[in-house]
Design a protein around this ligand. Structure first.
Ligand SMILES: NC(=O)c1ccc[n+]([C@@H]2O[C@H](COP(=O)([O-])OP(=O)(O)OC[C@H]3O[C@@H](n4cnc5c(N)ncnc54)[C@H](O)[C@@H]3O)[C@@H](O)[C@H]2O)c1
Ligand SMILES: [Zn+2]
Length: 347
């Protein structure tokens, strides 16, 4: 499956079992043989798939160097990016060379940020290996790192030259991380793809991961294309995130994953929508049942007062108004500005 992403710099997402062996060929459509490629990966993923990607790039005539950093969100920080710059500088990379990121969301965000900033910007090709990165993060152009006082506080919009997604690599992804990604996949079904949601409801969806990843990323693409710099319609992708982010904060970003928090947030948003008369009755129960089916939590011990108090105003809000995403029914969505007291009453 090949999806076109028509952002300012258009590119293609190739989703195909075995696609790891095609990275060189696909890079060859954008770059000349002899060009240097820096393969950026981390200590869990590189030993599993690094050699295959390297071989594929070399077979296509690229000069490959590699930079492998310690896996984990705690390494998504400026000092790791600095080490990437050092590796690039030592191998004499110029602006016409490129980076290949091989790994989950951490690798894509950070390698993409290095690409956005080294020599004021060079090309990168993304090879996402986690469900979060395959079904969500690899499209949208957001790159960046965490700071000691907050997640994703530094970053840049930088579109890849191509995304090469091999669903087969998900077979080695630990269950916990797979479920984390499912939270966003279910979200994409809720906001824009009733068929995807129903396939997940019926349970056979995961037999065809190419289809699930493809549909999920197609939805993200549609919202991103309409709003590359995230100032309007793209906010719909924040369904479940108003309460979800609040829960993550209340848990000090430990114990509850992002996808799990978003799942609980979606149930809360559906309940609020039902109470407000915006959401078809029974929707919250359906969302809850799908989450439970895939082992995701559907509620949390914090009270609704605590959750509402922990909600942050988004960048586009004015005064004390939250922009809560509601779904009239599965597959449809809207942005509803509301005060915290109104949200609390609806919950
Ligand atoms: N740019 C965006 O739009 C966007 C969107 C969502 C999330 N993110 C970012 O993505 C990150 C979370 O993504 P993530 O869950 O992929 O994190 P991650 O990159 O840390 O990967 C999760 C874990 O799975 C391992 N792993 C990845 N692929 C594997 C595979 N195929 N086999 C075995 N192990 C594998 C990793 O080593 C890691 O331990 C966060 O930093 C988040 O901010 C960015
Ligand atoms: Zn999210």
């Amino acid at each position: 499956m090949v999806l076109d992403v028509k952002t300012q710099k258009p590119y293609q997402v190739t989703i195909e079992p075995g696609a790891l062996d095609k990275v060189g060929e696909i890079a060859g459509k954008c770059k000349k043989p002899g060009t240097k490629a820096m393969l950026i990966s981390e200590t869990n993923v590189f030993p599993l798939y690094g050699e295959r990607v390297k071989k594929s790039l070399e077979a296509a005539g690229f000069q490959v160097s590699e930079y492998v950093f310690p896996a984990g969100e705690e390494h998504k920080q400026m000092s790791t990016v600095c080490d990437m710059y050092r590796a690039l500088a030592e191998a004499n990379f110029t602006r016409t060379d490129f980076i290949v990121t091989l790994g989950g969301g951490v690798t894509g965000d950070m390698g993409g940020f290095a690409a956005a900033t080294f020599l004021r910007g060079m090309d990168f090709l993304q090879v996402p290996t986690s469900l979060v990165s395959q079904a969500d993060a690899s499209v949208g152009g957001k790159t960046g790192v965490d700071l000691p006082f907050g997640k994703n506080l530094v970053g840049a919009f930088h579109q890849p030259m191509a995304v090469v997604t091999d669903p087969d690599v998900l077979s080695t992804l630990p269950r916990h991380f797979f479920n984390d990604g499912l939270g966003e996949v279910i979200k994409h079904g809720c906001i824009a793809d009733k068929g995807l949601f129903e396939a997940l409801e019926q349970g056979a969806a995961l037999d065809d991961l190419t289809e699930v990843v493809g549909r999920s990323i197609a939805i993200k693409r549609d919202f991103v294309e309409a709003d590359t710099r995230d100032t309007g319609r793209r906010m719909i992708l924040n369904f479940g995130h108003t309460c979800g982010h609040a829960l993550e904060k209340l848990h000090n970003f430990q114990g509850l994953s992002h996808g799990e928090a978003v799942g609980i947030g979606m149930v809360m948003a559906c309940r609020a929508g039902e109470k407000l008369g915006v959401t078809e009755p029974g929707t919250a129960e359906r969302v809850k049942a799908v989450l439970a089916k895939y082992g995701l939590p559907t509620e949390d011990h914090f009270t609704k007062e605590e959750v509402v108090a922990a909600t942050a105003l988004d960048k586009k809000s004015d005064g004390d108004t939250l922009r809560v995403i509601l779904i009239p029914r599965i597959g449809e969505s809207l942005i509803r500005p509301m005060g915290r007291d109104e949200l609390l009453a609806a919950l």
